[in-house]
Design a protein around this ligand. Structure first.
Ligand code: NAD
Length: 475
């Protein structure tokens, strides 16, 4: 695969070149390595028209027909996984083996979701009538995704939307469009024209999509600030929406844990993908009895981590994915330093590219921006607590409610704490877990609606309730 070569958008099963292109930067070098198409209103209109035209036939094909094609599409990615992983590392920055992990997981996810069904529900079966709820596809879906998991988060939308009988126009992030553009090219050999369209573009393209009257639903993953704009735009013609948004996840570590073992898991749950994960641990509350021991172990791990170009053997963490995010994280760290907080820096990072050292913040005040804001980068506040009620209040004192974790050998106590956390997901002695059959939804300002599981699948349908009289009932 020639990584610098021409990338195309896929509209109606055709590879389409756009008049304009944009630089795609390798975050490990800060240098452009490829150019991607810039789609505008004309390409968007064409993609929506193609998806509308394809919709009735795709819907008619039925679950089994669609299932076979989706599984074939997932399998078509597999022989290209190694080259896609390399492209992923170049555009996203993540180390190669973990980039490969995302490509493989995406393929697995599509197959798993494609095997799901939405059966009719009989909600009444009495002497006089049967009442049946059926799930009908909505029509054409606008899918908008971020740069942190550019392939997996796209498949979280593609697989349920398409298996349920919808067609789609996907817009990747302007920072990481290349893998999904290539995957769409592979799929144009398999999926009927117009069923799955991918258009890349600059900042203007998202708002053009949310304003477009040809979409029936917007499925969005990104920041809470953008999510609010999406919701506002969708309100104009009451498009359905699913919003997967930001998080500032708290983990609560009780005094009975095995410090060395748990610190390792906490470390990877906080810094995997250079901490650019919506469900990463972003506030680490540690019981005072073990605070110093956990801090010492986390410090040791930070100093031992190899941070660098994801293409280099042995790299554990790559760069921040893009320049604006790098600037935000650097500013957050500088603000913490200027406020006199105690920062502990991990191993040295390369000078070129968007690298940030792992930075631990030793017991900052609760109202410090490094605690209240979603960092989305490798800076983590470690906070001391003594009292369980107090730490639950502090964990819940956030506008976000995406996920959280409780760490303890006492599972009953951990379960009781978990049930008091105001987050869509809570793990006990674990983190970063999700699966195709498990619903994922943010509470508070972390989201609106559900992805994954049967609930996630239903979000791509509308309900038709049919009242069927029994023959025996009087007319
Ligand atoms: P972002 O909101 O800046 O962008 C997300 C996508 O929206 C991009 O494709 C972007 O081009 C597009 N966009 C930008 N402005 C738009 C507008 N006005 N209308 C429509 N689309 C628009 O987010 P990001 O910086 O790419 O991603 C990081 C954020 O995403 C973090 O807050 C993170 O927590 C969140 N996130 C959430 C989840 C989740 O499942 N809850 C998963 C991953 C990331």
């Amino acid at each position: 695969m020639d990584f610098a070569s021409d990338y195309v958008v896929t509209i109606d099963g055709q590879a389409v070149k756009t008049d304009r292109t944009m630089d795609i930067v390798n975050p490990a070098t800060g240098q452009a390595f490829a150019r991607a198409p810039v789609a505008g209103q004309a390409e968007l209109d064409a993609a929506v028209a193609a998806a509308r035209t394809a919709f009735p036939k795709w819907k008619q094909l039925g679950w089994q027909g669609r299932r076979e094609l989706l599984i074939a599409a997932a399998k078509a990615v597999e022989p290209h996984a190694a080259e896609l992983a390399r492209l992923f590392t170049l555009e996203q920055g993540r180390p190669l083996d973990m980039a490969r992990g995302e490509i493989d997981l995406a393929s697995y996810w599509i197959k798993a979701v494609a095997r799901q069904d939405l059966e009719d529900e009989v909600v009444e079966d009495s002497e006089t009538r049967r009442v049946i709820v059926r799930h009908e596809p909505l029509g054409v879906i606008a899918a908008i995704v971020p740069w942190n998991f550019p392939v997996l988060l796209a498949t979280w939308k593609i697989a349920p939307a398409l298996i349920a009988g919808n067609t789609m126009v996907l817009k990747p992030s302007p920072f990481t469009p290349l893998c999904m553009l290539r995957i769409a090219e592979l799929w144009s050999e398999i999926l009927p024209p117009g069923v799955f369209n991918v258009i890349s573009g600059e900042n203007e393209l998202g708002p053009l999509m949310t304003a477009h009257p040809g979409f029936d639903k917007i499925s969005f993953t990104g920041s809470t600030a953008t999510g609010k704009r999406v919701m506002e735009a969708a309100s104009r013609d009451l498009k359905r929406i699913t919003l997967e948004l930001g998080g500032n996840d708290a983990a609560i570590v009780m005094p009975d844990v095995d410090v060395a073992e748990v610190a390792q898991k906490l470390f990877f749950g906080s810094f995997y993908n250079s901490a650019q994960i919506c469900i990463a641990t972003k506030r680490l509350y540690i019981h005072e009895a073990i605070y110093d021991a956990v801090l010492a172990e986390m410090t040791r791990l930070a100093k031992a981590s190899k941070i660098g170009d994801g293409l280099e053997q042995g790299t554990m963490f790559g760069p921040i994915q893009n320049r604006p995010q790098y600037d935000r994280v650097i500013k957050l760290i500088a603000g913490a330093r200027d406020a006199g907080l105690t920062l502990i820096e991990g191993s040295a990072v390369p000078k070129a590219g968007y690298f940030v050292p792992i930075t631990l913040v030793d017991n900052p005040p609760e109202d410090a921006p490094v605690v209240t804001e979603e960092a989305f980068g490798p800076v983590l506040p470690l906070l001391k607590f003594k009292d369980v009620d107090d730490v639950i209040d502090r964990a819940n004192a956030s506008e976000y409610g995406l996920a959280g974790a409780v760490w303890s050998k006492d599972i009953d106590q951990a379960f009781a704490i978990a049930n008091r956390l105001e987050t869509g997901t809570v793990w006990i002695n674990d983190n970063l877990q999700n699966a195709p059959h498990i619903p994922f939804a943010g509470a508070k300002q972390s989201g609106f609606g559900v992805e994954n599981g049967a609930d996630g699948l239903r979000e791509f349908t509308w309900r038709r309730t049919v009242f069927v009289p029994k023959a025996s009932a009087a007319q």
